[in-house]
Design a protein around this ligand. Structure first.
Ligand code: ADP
Length: 407
């Protein structure tokens, strides 16, 4: 039997986030971040061991290779080096797995080639994920590397939810369909919600609202995703920190033909300068609430648009599921913003949905119920933990692979 530690890597275009997790007991041994990679001397490394002070420094980290070497050096200082026999696997967050990857997958050359083939549908994310994987492979070529895909949980969506109503040949030629994202979080939170209710995931229907800077909703029937709000890319669906979410696609033609904007300019507008930022100049829900409370009308309108969209998705997924056992709020806004949770469910008592304002106001790190005791539908706050989910899935997979009795 190999070791019990898993290193989780989330490689973005200019940052690498990592956590070293001991699966015996599920404790985090170290967490860290290398950001502003390739930005001259201005890169920043922050490393926090479980039983010590955080260490932070700025300096040149020119590329991902240097970033992972900086991470390895920090881990070494705590006696947690990558050469340790305790390390069982490296688990990588990979954003786009297309239709092929429905499960976590041990990475080999064919898997790398497929992730590369998906770059046209995930041009921002998959190249960075690939760089992280290749660099990690060069540091520990002997170790299993596992890809855990953001899209995997959503591959159970029926065609009726996954297809856009456009010409089928054109859609298929360009692999245009709804893939969904944040799947690791939706999987974890829907399972944890069932656990909170003391029921098996197979028996529970949940609407999961992952409200972070990026935001998505999903309808989960008996542990399987049947619909989600993000689509071909993370742009579809809810109003987000900087993304528009749903919109008439003709807005894009109008901006091109009448507004004289290029495709790249519109891409930036809709992904980076829209959503809450576009509506009121702020994307942080704390700041927006502060402004609303101070009587700021633009912030109030932004909040109302955000809530209106959220409520529409809750209603839609209620109809998709038919029977709903729980609504679960998660991620930065969902876990922390009592006003968002209250406003999103206000007026939905007819659907059996209500929030107990006393319970809603209590802050906490643990999964908890915030609906009244006699509510027909449970409303829960469930902190997400994508890194733990990636570690759990990676560890289960490598143990399965080396234990034929389990397969
Ligand atoms: P992501 O992983 O998508 O970057 P997070 O899930 O960390 O985002 O969520 C970040 C967002 O959470 C912030 O932009 C902010 O709007 C919101 N947030 C964080 N803390 C609070 C809080 N105490 N109250 C309200 N909103 C919060």
């Amino acid at each position: 039997m190999s070791g019990s530690r898993v290193l989780v890597l989330n490689s973005g275009s200019s940052s690498v986030k990592y956590q070293l997790i001991d699966m015996r007991g599920g404790s985090r041994l170290a967490v860290g971040l290398v950001e502003r990679i390739g930005e001259g001397g201005g890169s920043r490394v922050k490393h926090t061991p479980a039983d010590g002070e955080s260490r932070e420094w700025t300096g040149p980290v020119p590329d991902h290779d240097a970033a992972l070497k900086a991470m390895a050096a920090e881990l070494d200082r705590d006696g947690l080096g990558l050469d340790s026999p305790e390390l069982a696997a490296i688990g990588h967050r990979v954003v786009h797995g297309g239709l092929r990857f429905t499960e976590p997958t041990v990475i080999d050359d064919a898997v790398l080639a497929e992730i590369e083939r998906l770059i046209p549908v995930a041009p921002l994310h998959n190249p960075a994920n690939l760089t992280g994987i290749r660099t990690a492979q060069s540091l520990r070529p002997d170790l299993p590397q596992v890809a855990v895909f953001d899209t995997a949980f959503h591959t159970t969506m029926p065609e009726s939810a996954a297809r856009y109503a456009i010409d089928v040949e054109t859609a298929d030629a360009h692999r245009i369909r709804r893939y969904g994202f944040h799947g690791t979080s939706h999987a974890y939170v829907s399972r944890e919600t069932a656990r909170l209710l003391g029921r098996a995931p197979e028996d529970v229907n949940v609407i999961v609202l992952h409200l972070g800077n990026g935001a998505s909703a999903s309808a989960v029937r008996g542990g399987r995703c049947v619909d989600t709000s993000m689509g071909l890319t993370p742009l579809e669906g809810l109003v987000m920190g900087t993304r528009s979410g749903d919109m008439d696609p003709a807005v894009i033609f109008h901006l091109m033909r009448v507004g004289g904007m290029s495709a790249d300019e519109i891409d930036t507008l809709l992904n980076k300068r829209s959503g809450l930022t576009g509506l009121c100049g702020d994307n942080d829900m704390r700041e927006i609430r502060r402004r609303v409370d101070a009587g700021d009308e633009r912030a109030a309108l932004a909040f109302d648009i955000y809530i209106h969209r959220l409520k529409k998705y809750i209603g839609a997924y209620y109809a998709v599921l038919g029977r709903v056992d729980a609504v679960a709020f998660t991620a930065g806004v969902g876990e922390n913003s009592a006003p968002v949770r209250e406003a999103a469910l206000a007026g939905l008592e007819g659907l059996g949905l209500a929030v107990d304002s006393g319970l809603n106001a209590v802050r906490g790190d643990a999964a908890r119920l915030i609906s009244p005791a006699d509510a027909r539908v449970a409303v829960a706050v469930v902190p997400t933990d994508e890194e733990m989910e990636i570690a759990t899935q990676s560890y289960a997979l490598v143990n399965e692979e080396c234990n034929p009795l389990l397969t």
